[in-house]
Design a protein around this ligand. Structure first.
Ligand code: HGY
Ligand code: MN
Ligand code: MN
Length: 416
């Protein structure tokens, strides 16, 4: 197998231009993106990605979750392909790079292979996973979860957004439902490039994060039921205030996570208050707790203490309590072989790097269950993400894409 020269590099200007092209679709209100899964904006982003894949002569396959698989042939059509990719859907106040860098960094490495007329033994398949964010249809990493056999297709199709629209119906409506069985594809390996979405790499002046592990996640949806009543004329002792219950439980979430520092995080990011009127005591609230940790034991302890504490708060406030787990994935340890391929690539290219645990969840976390998988990260400004002000430098994007390029190339095996 030919060696990978350290001068094998992607075309950084073309990558950056392509990212900015995609950023025009589903613009946010403050310079980021709002291209939520299965919306018309998502459909437009998919169409642009399809156009670029057509121009690169990639053959597109789409599965029943709408995930897009664009294949570059290898010299051995029977060799297991090397997969690379991430997601194009965004948060409602998302950035231009979360997920997008991983898909378009993969497209750029394919474009660069064509420029350099490099052939690989194994085919290379570029992936856009449907509904990584899980914000419109919970849980996150939904399509990769079905692919890994964690969720069933029917379960995913039945998921509803806040307007009661079903995932399966919306996928049909935007015209991106494929006929491939989900999970039927076999992979030699899967690599994902992603921005760190945290402050470590930038603060340490590191170009590259070699992702050895990922945090586990629990999303607990809490419903508290009290009684609507007048905020002016209802005496305090007579109130059954669901809003007060949410406030106390939100504070409990923070306390529990803080008791496990530095290996835990916890917050409430979503809440619906009913009837949400200025002069009615909330009779019902629905909110979602997001607990994460790289440790199974910590995850379990946080969930146990939340149940106990919430029960006590609701007894004291005379509230009914329901807790439903609406999202979960275990802490993940990525494939050592793939991780060292990424570390070797960073070294060959002369990038500063460090091993890192991913704070956010990614499609790679589920694909790691069915194929050797690893991730490479680049820094982001102030560690900010899931915010329209999310920002990275072109140099960081290029460094991450070059490492991805070398890792995929080494795994797909150059043919002389
Ligand atoms: O929530 C997550 O970690 C991912 O951004 N979906
Ligand atoms: Mn992401
Ligand atoms: Mn995200």
């Amino acid at each position: 197998m030919a060696n990978i020269a350290s001068n094998f590099k992607i075309n950084g200007d073309r990558l950056w231009k392509t990212i900015m092209e995609m950023a025009k679709i589903g613009p946010g209100i403050a310079g980021g993106n709002n291209r939520q899964t299965l919306t018309d904006e998502d459909a437009k982003g998919r169409a642009l990605f399809q156009k670029w894949c057509d121009e690169a002569n990639l053959s597109m396959g789409i599965d029943k979750m709408g995930t897009m698989f664009a294949r570059r042939e290898g010299t051995d059509p029977d060799a297991l392909p090397v997969y690379v990719g991430s997601h194009l859907d965004t948060q409602p106040t998302g950035g231009k790079y979360d997920g997008i860098l991983g898909v378009l960094g993969g497209l750029e490495l394919i474009r660069s292979l064509d420029d350099m007329n490099i052939k690989t033994k194994h085919p290379i398949v570029l992936v856009n996973w449907t509904n990584e964010e899980g914000t419109r249809f919970a849980p996150p990493m939904m399509a990769s979860g079905v692919f890994a056999g964690v969720h069933t297709l029917d379960w995913a199709y039945a998921k509803e957004d806040s307007d009661g629209k079903k995932f399966g119906d919306e996928l049909k409506r935007i015209g991106w439902i494929g006929d491939e069985e989900v999970g039927s594809r076999k992979m030699k390996a899967f690599f994902e490039l992603h921005i760190e979405q945290g402050p470590i790499l930038e603060s340490e002046g590191k170009d590259i994060g070699v992702v050895s592990r990922g945090q586990g996640l629990n999303w607990l949806q809490v419903t508290l039921t009290g009684r609507e009543s007048h905020t002016g004329s209802t005496p305090m002792p007579m109130r059954r205030n669901a809003g007060l219950g949410m406030a106390k439980i939100t504070s409990l979430v923070h306390e529990i996570a803080m008791s496990h520092q530095p290996d835990a995080v916890g917050a409430v990011g979503h809440c619906d208050v009913y009837p949400n009127s200025r002069n009615i005591i909330p009779g019902k609230v629905v909110f979602t707790i997001d607990f994460r940790s790289p440790s199974f034991d910590t995850q379990d302890d946080m969930e146990r203490r939340l149940h106990e504490g919430a029960k006590e708060i609701c007894n004291n406030l005379d509230l009914e309590l329901e807790i439903e787990k609406v999202g979960h994935f275990d802490p993940v340890t990525f494939d050592e072989g793939c991780v060292s391929t990424i570390r070797r690539a960073a070294e060959r290219l002369g990038y500063s790097h460090r091993d890192i645990i991913s704070g956010a969840g990614h499609d790679a976390c589920w694909i790691n269950k069915v194929a050797p998988t690893a991730m490479v990260m680049c820094p982001c400004v102030d560690g900010l993400s899931h915010n329209e002000a999310e920002d990275i430098s072109q140099d960081w994007a290029v460094a991450g894409s070059n490492v991805l390029f070398h890792a995929v190339l080494e795994t797909a095996e150059i043919v002389d």
